[in-house]
Structures are given as C-alpha cells and as structure tokens.
Design a binder for this molecule. Structure first.
Ligand code: SF4
Length: 277
C-alpha cells in the first residue's frame, strides 16, 4: 500500500515557484534541442524570466519549443535555497551572492530529490522493518539542506547518494518481490531501450532504474510494480500501459512521456493535461 497521496510531509518537496528567485531559470544551462528552442548558459537568466522571477511565457512553453521547462522538478529546492539558505535575500538585490546561490541550488535540488524517494519508501508497508533507518537518513538529508551555503558546497554528494541508494535498493527489492513471488525479481540485462518496441511487453516487477526509455513504444505494456527511479521516459508512448504500484516514478517523468486516459498510473500521480487535450 502506498500512502504517498496523503503524505503532508511531501509538500515542502514540491516546487513553490512563488517563493523562489527563478533559480532553475537562471542557475541551470540548457542546450538547443527537441526540449529547448535556444541555448542558455548556466548562471545566466533566461530571457523569458521577468523581473518578478516569474516566467513570461509560462502558459505557452510547449508552443514555444520549451517542453524541457515543463518537465523540470526542483523538489522544493528553489524555495528552500531562496527562503532558508539565503533568508529571502534575492540575487538581483544582492548580486554578490548570485554565483554562490547558483552553485548551491543544484546540490540542494539533488538532496531534495533523495528526500522525496526516502519519504516514498517510508510510506510503504513493506519497508516497516527498516523505517528507523529511513527516518535517520531523512533527518540527515534534511539537516544537510539547512546548512550554510559554505557547508552545502562542501557536501560529498556521491557518498550521500550511496547511503541513500542502499535503502532505496532494499525498498525496490521488497516491493518488486511482491509481484515476482514465484520467480526471482526481474533485473533487466540492458538499460538502453531508446526507441525500442516494447509494445505489450511483460515488464511487471522489473528493475528499470535509470533505464533509457526515450521514445520507446510501451503501448499496452504491463509495467506494474516496476522500479522507475531516474528512468528517462521522454516521449515514451505509455498509451494503455499499466503502471499501477510503480515506485520512484515522479510526475515530471510522466509529464515527459506520451499517454492518454487509458494509461494506468500509481494513485499519487495525475494524468497530465496535455495527454487528454
Ligand atoms: S522559458 Fe520560462 S520556465 Fe523556461 S527557463 Fe525561461 S523563464 Fe524559466
């Protein structure tokens, strides 16, 4: 059972752009591609970013070739760095902090994302035997994101990620074994499925961590109870696919894919508006 949809502790892990100094639109680079209609260097404000840190074309991003902006998730790092780390002092009124703030933001974003997955693991009944370890790791990640900018820049992210991953992998094994009781849980031999024909495939209980599923044909695929952490689902065709009970799947991954009202998603995710328009 997944209690994610009733989990208030996840609210701070959702982007609150009204409390952010346009950090993703400034700190991060992007390159002209199918997702972005122009190049932008990291640390440079996007030309569409208004003086009040709102996006000037927010309603028309897809029409303007900026699909990439619609599928980015900061997991609440924007408001945390703006309002907690820098105490509400923005980089335009205090330009001396700009460079440091833009370096702090992606670090906090990665830890906030780890927090999201840890909370998801904690909400599952099958992880009861290691809830204590999950809570300790959540407290540690939370503490790190509340450090000073200098200390945040010194965080050893690979080490932290390795500690978090141990718990997430254990969670994945416990969850997937529920659907694979009679056979060992599926471990996909390959992770590159770019453009692959997986129409109607039986992927139930599969480990698809970090899989490249870009533009894969997954129509009607059985993807129940799969681990999709970090899987790249850009333009993957999920029409008719069943993803109920999936873990570590986020709304931005879903938003980047194609689907329709026949796609079955985990209960805590919504069918994107552009799937049914
Ligand atoms: S187009 Fe809008 S959302 Fe995208 S980077 Fe620029 S200001 Fe931000």
């Amino acid at each position: 059972m997944n209690a994610m949809n009733n989990n208030d502790s996840l609210d701070p892990l959702r982007a609150d752009c009204l409390e952010c100094f346009g950090l993703c639109c400034t700190a991060l680079p992007f390159a002209k591609s199918a997702d972005f209609s122009f190049d932008k260097e990291g640390g440079t404000p996007c030309t569409n970013l208004r003086a009040d840190y709102r996006c000037g074309i927010h309603q028309d991003l897809r029409e303007n070739g900026l699909k990439g902006c619609t599928v980015y998730e900061c997991f609440g790092a924007g408001q945390k760095v703006s309002q907690v780390t820098y105490n509400g002092k923005d980089w335009r009124s205090d330009p001396a902090t700009a460079e440091e703030m833009f370096a702090v933001f992606p670090i906090v974003q990665q830890i906030q994302e780890m927090l999201w997955y840890l909370h998801e693991a904690l909400a599952l009944e099958v992880t009861t035997s290691f809830h204590k370890e999950l809570r300790v790791q959540i407290e540690e990640c939370e503490r790190l994101t509340r450090e000073s900018p200098e200390n945040i820049l010194r965080i050893n992210l690979p080490e932290l990620r390795a500690d978090v991953n141990k718990l997430l992998i254990l969670t994945s094994e416990r969850v997937r074994s529920q659907i694979q009781k009679k056979k060992s849980p599926k471990k996909m031999r390959r992770s590159d499925f770019i453009g692959a024909n997986l129409k109607g495939a039986d992927l139930a209980g599969a480990d698809l961590r970090g899989a490249l599923l870009i533009a894969a044909d997954l129509r009607g695929a059985d993807m129940r109870v799969t681990d999709l952490i970090g899987a790249d689902l850009r333009d993957a065709d999920l029409r008719g696919a069943d993803l109920t009970g999936c873990i570590f799947l986020t709304q931005v991954q879903v938003n980047a894919a194609k689907g329709d009202s026949s796609t079955k998603l985990p209960s805590y995710l919504k069918i994107p508006a552009h799937w049914v328009e």
